[in-house]
Ligand binder design. Sequence first.
Ligand SMILES: [Zn+2]
Length: 165
Amino acid sequence: MSGSIKKPSAPRPCPCHSGRAYAGCCEPAHRGDREPEEAVDLMRSRYAAFAIGDAEYLWSTLHADHDDRAAPRETFLRALRAARGRAYPSLAILDARRRGREAEVLFFAGLTFRGRDASFVELSDFEHDGTGWRYRSGILVARADLGRDPAGLGIDDFLAIAAAR
Ligand SMILES: [Zn+2]
């Protein structure tokens, strides 16, 4: 019976790349146990939901005004579940600002699609609807089109880059 003693397994790291265990980071939000406290936390949990394919969570955290809400829920869920070949290797929050129930988060989302880099910088717009933060809209610029290193990028600089494109 040698070798029957199992080592305790390491806690699963959170797919949002916070460096924390999933159980103590985005999992409670994904399970519906609690709402993320800040818009940045919601943003992280949405990135993590993309990484693990939690389409229900992505739908439930969309603001009622988001474009994707115009289509039926089933269409949204089916499209997300059909998305294959993506990997989510890194996430970096670049800048954030909040005014009351409104918040903006600028982030670099590491993403590969079928092995090719598909990373982008996005300025996401969130509103707290009284229950939790919800994702309303986003402005995306592919890393390849950014013309600079995303590190150190601020919201105003990003808006200038996005407007010039
Ligand atoms: Zn997390």
